[in-house]
Design a protein around this ligand. Sequence first.
Ligand SMILES: Nc1ncnc2c1ncn2[C@@H]1O[C@H](COP(=O)(O)OP(=O)(O)OP(=O)(O)O)[C@@H](O)[C@H]1O
Length: 373
Amino acid sequence: MTSTSLATPENRTASPATMQALATLNDRLAAKPAAHLRVEKLSIAYSTARGPFHAVDDVSFEVKPGTNLGLVGESGCGKSTVIKALIGLQPEGTKVSGQALLDGQEILGLSERALQDVRWTKISLITQSAMNSLDPVYCIGDQICEAIQAHESVSRATAWARAEEMFALVGLPASRLHDFPHQFSGGMRQRTVIAMALALNAGMLLADEPTTALDPIMQSQIMSRIRGIHEHMRRSMILVTHDIAVVAETCENTVVMYAGKVAEKGPTTDVLARPLHPYTMGLQNAFPRLPVKGQPRQALISIPGIVPNLLRPPPGCRFAGRCPFATERCHIEAPAVTAVGAQSAACHYIDRAPEFREAAARPETWRKLGAGA
Ligand SMILES: Nc1ncnc2c1ncn2[C@@H]1O[C@H](COP(=O)(O)OP(=O)(O)OP(=O)(O)O)[C@@H](O)[C@H]1O
């Protein structure tokens, strides 16, 4: 990446500190390009007292270099489980199968030693809870320096300068590097975690609900900061969120997960404008959309029912029990993934998607569950 490519309209209005931080990033960005991730047939089962819990089943997707992928779905659909497996943080005893190739290197099942070489330098994590990732007894600057020096043989002065650079990128003054975590607000702590995740310039960022713990104003500030950084640094990112609107604004591609499986995936604009899977249609109804002038404000419709228990996953389509269009076949036979252009979905009735979309927009459709397609 060249310095001219960083001079986007947005950063022309950025502060001198941010501009300086962006300029000094150039060499490191060029040395470590954005990563490519290919996940193939990823299955993950937690070991529980009642047997294996199949939290993720046969999940495949790709993150192209320099793009953002949104991983969406209700709570308990397996999004965080995917993220944890990618960075080797699954609990002991968890069974992980399939492949995850980061720039061609298998990152599933690495030894702790091998993981240390990959984590933070090639793939880094922005977690849900910033407070837990910061040590209360060290000042923030020391923590960032320690992370840098654990992976790169640079002097403390260089590491501190890098920490200042990262703070400028996330919009925090360098003087605050001397503070301790308890002196920061929730939003500032979250920015710090983002700065730490960026400090080693990993080609792949995993952001697991990076704003969930914050108030709505702070959420939108942090998300626009993440978008800005993405724009300048062109890292690859997986963004886990419940919020379809955030995905629409931030991610080129989207994977919709339901009960541990991929329900639908493809370019975000296609998935949101022309969803193929009834679950995506239902998920969209549950989120507020921007009002269109002259049209009545759309009512929010939630999907009745709950995600099935994955100790014993249902044999057919996992969404069948909540799908207003499900037939007997859906309850017995698991649907294969079918592609329509760049988009694909696991639904037996993908060819009826236009008709389903119309019906799914009406609240009464979701009231007569199991009525058959
Ligand atoms: N250590 C564990 N042992 C057993 N089951 C687990 C464990 N961790 C998570 N689960 C279960 O796995 C399923 C998927 O959880 P996961 O956290 O991946 O979902 P999610 O889609 O990220 O949800 P959320 O949006 O609430 O974080 C859930 O039913 C959860 O209860």
